[in-house]
Design a protein around this ligand. Structure first.
Ligand code: TEU
Ligand code: CA
Length: 559
């Protein structure tokens, strides 16, 4: 397997709106990020992934871009951005930018032109269709509720938007669109950035004819994913992008890909295929969703989590490369989801970190994860800000399909705002995030959970993450070792080994609040067992008969 810097790196995701406000307007900004770079340096991360900071009317917090080559006023100026990049590079931190090119904002100049007339030169930059029998061109449902089509009076046609009405999908069939995107990417790379995270990049190729999906239950709209997820020309487009842009730079590329399987993941990331370095799978994020989608809650099972993650580990071994994540700006907080955010918050946060960071792949840490930040429960729906959450609430409650209290439980468990409450810097008002009124409320637990407190406590979750990051630099086996799952049927213990040359890494994690026994199987032999890390004080122990404390994590190197 080829050695690469991006395989040896740890990435930290910043969601700028919620990271740090520098001027008291309640909105995180670029100068706020720059003021916290020493904090990131202390943590030891190699790369920052910055969620969108481009010009945007903020219908979807920056994922609706109206100018790809300018900075959002609320976040600062291009000079602020350049200063931030220089300060990152000074500290040896690389920067990857978010690339959101499945869609733009409806306020982008391309779309403003496109909607003017059917013969406008920009018309084919987007996906326009006439209605069918006075209705939408097909029955696909938007990710943010309702139809994916919006009727536009000016030309009496509909345009496609998989996400919000203000996020029209770009038409990748049009070579001019692709060329514009490649030029824009080159422009940013020439400004010195170190790569891209590509938003829903496996949605850019749509099936010809945009057929309606089967709808046996006669619902108003149904998922059209099979017609645009991993679509017919996706690999061609990515190979073209690679040839025109990516291959000319030594960069990190990661594609966000809902609905990608490990088999496809191997195609997207295969070293010989010249597409992307890695992808973000959603398989492990979907384990607690029922057939009705993400808001249809169901309990998750550890055996399913292990099956999914292990399949990615083995399928990509020697072919492609994994990204490793528990959290991002779209997901609930992991300690509330797969851990225990009350009695064992610190233990379970460290256990989850260990379980993930010891796998093969590039780990991603989402802001606040290193503090063990938790989900939030706002009392009323008006306190929520996320368009996905608000639209869903309106639809489900408005139609009488679900009771408001019941919908709130879904939001508490899965809502994206769980990840978007401000980073808790200290125990002062508004958690030190802003001197003004924060755009979204701070989690009330900030007096107990905050960075200042974490930095003063050598046993904090923060320092545990720091150690995990350092270990990756010290032990090649953590980066390159081959993964093998142990105890596939246990609903309580997640254990695996990594093998590299003649060494093995043993990782044992307890996913419960119970004390458990773990016996290392006989066919794993060794003469010395070196303790690498754990989330309880180190003890001399017999690996053949381990007693695991609640949410305990242990890592040994066997040789
Ligand atoms: O997300 C894409 C995506 O499919 C989901 O994560 C989605 O946001 C939602 O949670 C489905 O339940 C990306 C971005 O990460 C997200 O923030 C944007 O809203 C979306 O694309 C549109 O750009
Ligand atoms: Ca601000």
């Amino acid at each position: 397997m080829e050695k690469k810097w991006w395989k040896e790196s740890v990435v930290y995701q910043i969601y700028p709106r919620s990271f740090k406000d520098s001027n008291g307007d309640g909105i995180g900004d670029i100068k706020g990020i720059t003021s916290k770079l020493d904090y990131l340096k202390e943590l030891g991360v190699d790369v920052v992934w910055l969620s969108p900071v481009y010009k945007s009317p903020n219908d979807d917090n920056g994922y609706d871009i109206s100018d790809y080559q300018d900075i959002m006023d609320e976040f600062g100026t291009m000079e602020d951005w350049e200063e931030m990049l220089a300060e990152m590079h000074k500290r040896g931190i690389k920067l990857i930018m978010d690339l959101v090119v499945n869609h733009s904002s409806d306020e982008h100049k391309w779309f403003v032109e496109s909607r003017k007339s059917k013969d406008n030169p920009y018309r084919d930059y987007y996906i326009w269709r006439p209605g069918k029998d006075g209705k939408e061109p097909n029955n696909w449902e938007s990710a943010f509720s309702g139809s994916v089509w919006k009727y536009d009076e000016a030309t009496e046609e509909y345009f496609l938007h998989i996400f919000s009405k203000k996020q029209p999908d770009l038409n990748w069939e049009n070579p001019k669109v692709r060329e514009e995107v490649y030029n824009m990417m080159t422009w940013w790379l020439d400004k010195g950035i170190d790569g891209f995270r590509m938003d829903v990049i496996n949605f850019i190729s749509k099936v010809e004819g945009l057929p309606s999906a089967p709808n046996p239950e006669g619902k108003p709209y149904v998922s059209g994913h099979e017609y645009f997820m991993n679509g017919p020309r996706i690999h061609e487009f990515l190979q073209e992008m690679n040839k025109e842009v990516l291959s000319k730079y030594d960069i990190l590329t990661v594609g966000e890909m809902p609905g990608v399987t490990p088999e496809q993941g191997a195609l997207y990331t295969g070293e010989e295929r010249h597409e992307l370095n890695m992808v973000f799978t959603f398989e492990h994020m979907d384990l607690d969703s029922g057939p009705g989608g993400k808001w249809d809650l169901r309990p998750w099972k550890l055996t399913d989590l292990k099956k999914t993650l292990s399949k990615w580990q083995t399928e990509l071994e020697g072919k492609g490369w994994n990204s490793l994540y528990w959290n991002n700006h779209d997901q609930p907080r992991v300690v509330s989801r797969f851990g225990n955010d009350s009695k064992y918050r610190a233990e379970s946060a460290k256990m989850l970190a260990t379980c993930l960071h010891m796998m093969q792949g590039t780990p991603y840490i989402y802001q606040g994860e290193e503090l063990g930040m938790t989900n939030v429960k706002f009392e009323t729906i008006d306190e929520y800000k996320d368009i996905e959450t608000l639209n869903m609430y309106k639809e489900k409650v408005g139609s009488g399909e679900r009771e408001p209290e019941d919908v709130m439980v879904s939001i508490y468990t899965k809502g994206r705002d769980n990840a978007r409450t401000p980073v808790q810097w200290d125990d002062s008002e508004n958690a030190g995030f802003t001197t003004g009124t924060p755009w979204i409320k701070v989690n009330p637990n900030y007096k107990d959970i905050n960075a200042k407190k974490a930095l003063e406590d050598e046993n904090s979750i923060f320092y545990y993450y720091k150690k995990l990051i350092q270990l990756r630099k010290q032990h090649e086996i953590i980066v390159y070792g081959k993964y093998d799952l142990l105890l596939p049927d246990s609903e309580e213990i997640y254990a695996y080994t990594r093998t590299f040359n003649s060494e093995k890494l043993l990782v044992v994690t307890n996913f419960t609040s119970e004390t458990l026994q773990f016996e290392l199987q006989d066919d794993i032999t060794y003469t010395t067992a070196q303790y690498i890390t754990g989330n309880y004080p180190e003890e001399n122990r017999d690996l053949r008969k381990l007693t695991l404390k609640p949410y305990e994590a242990l890592v040994y190197k066997l040789s």
